[in-house]
Unconditional design. Sequence first.
Length: 252
Amino acid sequence: MGALLEARAVAKHFGGVKALRDVSLSIREGEIYGLIGPNGAGKTTFFNCLTGLYVPDGGGFEFSGAPLQANAPHQAAERGIARTFQNIRLFANMTALENVMVGRHVRTRAGVLGAMLQTRATREEEAAIRQRAEALLHYVRIEDKADDLAKNLSYGDQRRLEIARALATEPRLLCLDEPAAGMNATETEELRELIEGIRKDGTTILLIEHDVKLVMGLCDRVAVLDYGALVIEDVPAVVQKDQRVIEAYLGA
Ligand SMILES: Nc1ncnc2c1ncn2[C@@H]1O[C@H](COP(=O)(O)OP(=O)(O)OP(=O)(O)O)[C@@H](O)[C@H]1O
Ligand SMILES: [Mg+2]
C-alpha cells in the first residue's frame, strides 16, 4: 500500500526552541502509526503543522499524492485530515449531539443563506446531519449521552465525543493526541477496541500516546521524536529494543 501522508523535512521553531528539526516520515494507507517521545519532543507541534494551525518554517506535507497547503486548517479537513486535541476542545455548553453535528458541517452543502431561508433541501440536510451524528455517537458508544451537555460528560466520554466529532468529517487520516490521557484501565481497553474498529472501517490513524503498552500493542509502526528530531521509525518490536529510544524515553 502506498503512502497516504509524507512529511518532508518539516521544521518549526519557537524563538530559540527547535520544536521540529527536519522531520521526515511516511504513513501508509490503512495503518495505525504511533508518534511517541518525551514531553516537549514536538509531537503536538507536528500535529499542529499537519492540520494547518502552524506554518512550518521549513519542509512540508504531501497527502494522498498532492501537497498540503500550510496555514489552512479548513483545507486539511476538506482533504480528509481530522484530529482530536491533547487538551479537549469541545463546545462545553452544547450537547454531545450538537458537538458532532458541528463537525459534520464540513461535508455538507447548505451555506448560511440556505440555513436562514430554511429551504426544504436544507431541512432535509439538517435531518441527515442529525441522523449521522446519532450514528456516530452510537459508534463511539455514548448514544445514551446525546442530550447531555459536553461539560457534564465524564473525561473518558469527552474524549470519545471528540473522536466522534472528528469522524463526522469522514477523515481518511484521524490524528489522536493522547486519547488515553486520564483514562483508567477499563476505559483505555475500550479505547483500544474503538481505535482498532476505526482502522478496520477504513480510516488510517496517527496516534500520539504516552501509554507505551497501548502504543506498542496497537501500532503497525512507531516513530520516536526527541528534542524535535526523529530518532527512529519502525515496527514496535524494533523500536522497543533501540538503544537510543530506551535512553531517551523508555528507560532501562
Ligand atoms: N505555541 C508555542 N509557542 C512557544 N513554544 C511552543 C509552542 N508550542 C510548543 N512549543 C514548544 O515546542 C516544544 C515542543 O512542544 P510540543 O507541545 O510539540 O511537545 P509534545 O511532544 O507534544 O509534548 P507533550 O508530551 O508534553 O504533550 C516545547 O519545547 C514547547 O514548549
Ligand atoms: Mg503534546
